[in-house]
Design a protein around this ligand. Structure first.
Ligand code: PRX
Length: 632
């Protein structure tokens, strides 16, 4: 967010928060974490159970392929589930879930462990082995979290594909991961409608020849097509007389892959980022415990879908490793009425709410009367993630939802970072719209293209100057691309380039401005121009396409498409509508262009690269800047 013109006021933490917070002294802890980074992370790692302690905290002998806690043996599921069942926590609620139609389920840690063991035994019976990648495509139902944990328990890596993606996106991700097994559901509920997930999977599997087994959870009960030699219902497999529900948790190396998560980048197909059992577990647990100040009495709700990194780190792994009670909801925030979320906060006594600016802006539009119907007084902390939060939405969230008493943790991070990087703690004086300060162990820089540090107030590239345990280790099957995308521009300095532009003010507070590459954040969802353009080009009338993000009041950005048609085809409002539908069907509704325009030509460089920057500047009535490389 751009820094407001007048100096921002500070929102100071209340006396109660200052007394109550688990971690009170940011400055001293931060200093120590920088002076002795490895010592700091070793202490954080000691919050987890290790089958065998690590030999080395950080192995930087093959930069930028850093390794953490090498020699250590661990399994994240042992930490997220198994160890809690041996304590009083076996009776604590691990998961509270509500479906969109209003059905609900709760799982104690004991019940969660039982279901994970059963699911893991089913996977083993299907021949799933340590090291293989299982693709999961499900709605927001408990089985999604259980499936992730079941894979990790037996040492398989999961690749969760967001349930809002359509068959092309799903198919290419399954193919890249070479998954043999896919886990899905017949469907899910969204705004009262059934989303036919199994139908999408069936379509995707046509382009994914490696898949031998597809296991389906019955959620909606609508009719789906099942193939006899490939498809199984989970409930059938779970009720088979398996010899043993007590499935052992696999002993993993700290650096063994826990999951692959595909994310959109600058060019080409989405890249599968690889995260690990050890470092990722330590990092998500540490950041969540300190930033959201977890206490035993908390009921923490993260509204993210596990199909994105926020759901992985802060709906599943971070909270469960900390033995917290976490809430999950299946459907739309305003269904059937705009008070749905506020009603659930009251009903379940939620104390911490972690959500996105898009959701806040969307719900803000309905007016204060909707939250006013509910008692939100149990809330004590709020969080925001995924895109910059504009000060107006921040203030509304703080005043109307937080009753003026709940600090907002505006957390900046990425799929690549695994967890929070720039974030306040509850005790940090806040400025609306700023993600504030670096988390422990991080040195954040704002630099120019050559790597020169920029003075306070000046916008530049955001870089991370030191490694951290939660960092993605590589891109699946393409280590060179990993090196090239993140580490090549500042190779000499050894810095990680985030792909965001930002500025740091005179108080040392960071203000994120937005992506500098071809990633568009739509409603907080990360989409690549390349993926949307290739969906457009797959339409028979389209010769070429370019998409850009333009500011949108609720979604942050909306997609604007420029399409060159094939010879003899003529642009029309009907064709524009058909193309929007085409993108929705092939890639997913979240990637729908807001508008389609049919220009004669696209601005290109002499080497043939489309200059999206020029298109965007023209759309927004701005100066197009340096166009010396423009061909026409
Ligand atoms: O541009 C930043 C934006 O989201 C990008 C990362 O997207 P993704 O990998 O999908 O992860 C989203 C959830 C962590 C970043 O490069 N972003 C994320 N959080 C914030 C943000 N922009 C501003 N403020 C934030 N708090």
């Amino acid at each position: 967010m751009t820094e407001p013109k007048k100096p921002a006021e500070f929102f100071n933490p209340s006396q109660e928060i200052l007394i109550d917070a688990n971690l009170k002294d940011y400055a001293a802890t931060y200093d120590r974490s920088i002076k002795d980074r490895e010592g700091f992370w070793a202490e954080e790692a000691a919050h987890l159970d290790w089958f065998k302690p690590w030999d080395k905290v950080l192995d930087d002998s093959q930069k930028p392929f850093y390794k953490w806690f090498t020699g250590g043996k661990i399994n994240i599921v042992h930490n997220a589930v198994d160890r809690h069942v041996k304590t009083w926590k076996r009776n604590k609620l691990a998961l509270i879930w509500e479906g969109e139609p209003g059905d609900s389920k709760t799982y104690s840690y004991h019940a969660l462990n039982r279901e994970v063991c059963k699911f893991a035994a089913v996977l083993k019976s299907m021949g799933v082995k340590k090291g293989e990648i299982v693709t999961i495509y499900m709605p927001q139902i408990p089985e999604l979290a259980i499936a992730m944990l079941a894979c990790a328990k037996i040492g398989a890596a999961h690749s969760v594909v967001y349930g809002g993606f359509s068959f092309e996106a799903l198919g290419s991700r399954i193919a890249d991961a070479k998954s043999r097994v896919v886990l899905t559901a017949d469907g899910g509920y969204r705004r009262g409608k059934v989303i036919d997930l199994k139908g999408i999977v069936n379509e995707a599997l046509k382009q994914a020849p490696t898949v031998e087994v597809c296991i389906t959870v019955k959620r909606t009960g609508h009719a789906v097509v099942m193939e006899s030699d490939r498809d199984y219902w989970l409930h059938d497999l779970m009720s088979l007389p398996l010899t043993n529900f007590a499935c052992e948790t696999e002993v993993m190396d700290a650096e063994d892959p826990l999951f692959i998560l595909y994310t959109s980048g600058t060019t080409g197909s989405p890249k599968g980022l690889v995260h690990t059992h050890g470092g990722y577990g330590v990092y998500t647990a540490s950041t969540l415990r300190n930033v959201f100040d977890l206490k035993e009495r908390d009921r923490y709700w993260c509204t993210a879908d596990p199909g994105w990194i926020t759901g992985h780190s802060y709906l599943v792994y971070g909270p469960l490793i900390n033995g917290a009670t976490v809430m999950m909801y299946e459907g739309a925030p305003n269904h059937p009425y705009p008070n749905r979320w506020w009603q659930m906060i009251e009903k379940y006594g939620i104390t911490i709410l972690y959500t996105s600016p898009t959701a806040i802006r969307g719900l803000m539009r309905f007016g204060e009367q909707w939250p006013a119907r509910h008692n939100l007084s149990e809330l004590r902390l709020l969080g925001s993630v995924g895109e910059p939060i504009n000060p107006e939405a921040w203030r509304w969230y703080h005043r109307v939802i937080g009753g003026g008493r709940c600090p907002i943790m505006d957390t900046w991070w990425q799929t690549e970072t695994g967890g929070f990087v720039i974030t306040p703690l509850p005790t940090t004086p806040l400025k609306p719209g700023s993600a504030t300060k670096p988390y422990f162990g991080h040195e954040v820089g704002i630099v120019d293209d050559q790597g020169k540090d920029l003075p306070a107030g000046q916008e530049g590239n955001l870089v991370l100057k030191a490694p951290w345990p939660g960092m993605a280790r590589t891109i699946l099957g393409d280590p060179d691309r990993y090196k090239q995308v993140y580490w090549s521009q500042y190779e000499k300095q050894g810095w990680y380039k985030a792909g965001d532009s930002a500025r740091c003010d005179a108080d040392g507070y960071y203000w994120i401005i937005g992506r500098t590459d071809d990633v568009i954040k739509v409603a907080g969802h990360r989409l690549g121009t390349a993926e949307i353009e290739s969906a457009l080009v797959s339409h028979p009338d389209v010769a070429e396409a370019a998409v850009v993000g333009i500011p949108h009041e609720v979604k942050g950005n909306a997609i604007y498409a420029f399409v060159i048609l094939k010879a003899k085809k003529v642009g029309s409002p009907e064709l524009a509508a058909a193309l929007i539908e085409h993108v929705s069907k092939h890639l997913g509704a979240i990637a729908k262009p807001e508008k389609v325009e049919f220009p004669e030509i696209l601005p290109k460089t002499r080497s043939g690269k489309i200059m999206r920057r020029v298109l965007k500047a023209k759309l927004m009535g701005q100066d197009v800047g340096d166009v010396s490389t423009l061909e026409e």
